[in-house]
Design a protein around this ligand. Structure first.
Ligand code: SF4
Ligand code: SF4
Length: 343
């Protein structure tokens, strides 16, 4: 572990922006909120943010991307497309790092997804331990408020200086190449980090261990009254899916040029709360009812992904509940109600 002065951290970020061939993105203010965006200077970087509007998954799984181009003259010819831009992402909170680790497992499953994996390979993740938390965050309850891995470098604000934990060779190289001044962390610094972590008080928002979730969800699959009543005000807008760092569903479409001789295959984000998500050829929709879609989202968070990867697919960032207009998307609230047998 190393220590870097605040001014030197700024110089390090400015060095990356000016000298590294990769794009440098970080958390910037956007009105009263925060968003990951391209950095022009370290002055724009806000490492004290609470939560970003969208998670950094947008760089690994873009909202819309071309997968292949095709020509359809006498014979059909296809050409895969994978636009990979090397990127350094600065200021990723622990729960988002854990969500990226989940995505890595999903997209590495056979058949592997080269469009995700090549972008991931070309990405450097510089994490930061939370200084502030959003009102709806429940990472403390989901055990995702801190992480020991998933980053190349990890920063902790110690007031006037930062602790830098080196997670990978990639991270080590980045520091070395920049020539930035670093000191070895002493016992006092290590103690200060533990104090900083402890000072981040997380009100416990879930009244049980997250590891109990799979069983709880399984036993409530047929609790129709619960799902119907709680989904009653759902607009089926899909916002809770689109802002979630662990949601990765996409739709694939072929788009033809007007000549009808060439076109491209694209994929774009989709969400299981949207009405046509589960519609198949012939017009059959196997989750036609709003309550079925609403239930599916929670089953996926607490049970389905756990069955496949042993992951609880909610990292407690709170984005879904803060952006749901009727305020019915808070997983902590739904999980607690199920546990307490309430409607
Ligand atoms: S739960 Fe909220 S955010 Fe999600 S689809 Fe329904 S209304 Fe939209
Ligand atoms: S379900 Fe909500 S709280 Fe959980 S990870 Fe997704 S957006 Fe964050």
């Amino acid at each position: 572990m190393k220590i870097i002065k605040k001014d030197d951290l700024d110089s390090f970020v400015d060095y990356l922006i000016g000298s590294d061939p990769r794009e440098v993105v970080g958390v910037k203010e956007r009105g009263s909120k925060y968003a990951f965006d391209k950095l022009k200077s370290s002055k724009e970087l806000r490492l004290d943010y609470d939560v970003t509007i969208l998670p950094p998954k947008k760089y690994l799984l873009p909202q819309r991307e071309t997968l292949l181009k095709f020509k359809s003259n006498d014979k059909i010819k296809t050409e895969p497309v994978n636009e990979v831009n090397g990127r350094i992402i600065v200021g990723v909170h622990p729960y988002d790092l854990i969500a990226i680790e989940q995505m890595d497992r999903i997209f590495s499953e056979e058949p592997e997804d080269p469009n995700y994996l090549k972008k991931r390979e070309a990405t450097v993740l510089i994490g930061v331990n939370m200084k502030n938390t959003s009102e709806r965050c429940f990472a403390g309850s989901m055990k995702t408020a801190f992480t020991q891995d998933g980053y190349d470098l990890m920063l902790t604000d110690l007031g006037g200086k930062y602790a830098v934990e080196i997670g990978t060779e990639k991270g080590k190289e980045l520091l070395k190449k920049s020539g930035v001044a670093l000191a070895d962390a002493g016992e006092e610094d290590k103690k200060m980090i533990e104090e900083k972590k402890r000072s981040l008080t997380f009100e416990s928002k879930i009244n049980f261990e997250p590891s109990d979730l799979p069983e709880l969800m399984k036993s409530n699959y047929d609790n129709d009254k619960f799902w119907e009543e709680n989904a009653d005000n759902c607009y089926s807008c899909g916002t809770c899916n689109l802002v979630c760092p662990t949601c990765y569903c996409f739709d694939v479409k072929d788009l033809m040029e007007v000549t009808l001789k060439e076109g491209s295959r694209i994929r774009q984000w989709d969400g299981c709360l949207l009405e046509h998500f589960a519609e198949v050829a012939g017009g059959e929709n196997f989750r036609e009812e709003r309550a079925q879609r609403y239930r599916h989202r929670y089953m996926r968070k607490g049970l389905y992904l756990h069955n496949r990867f042993e992951d609880i697919a909610c990292v407690g960032c709170g984005r879904c509940s803060s952006q749901c207009v009727p305020d019915i998307a808070d997983p902590a609230e739904i999980f607690n109600k199920l546990k307490e047998g309430k409607i």
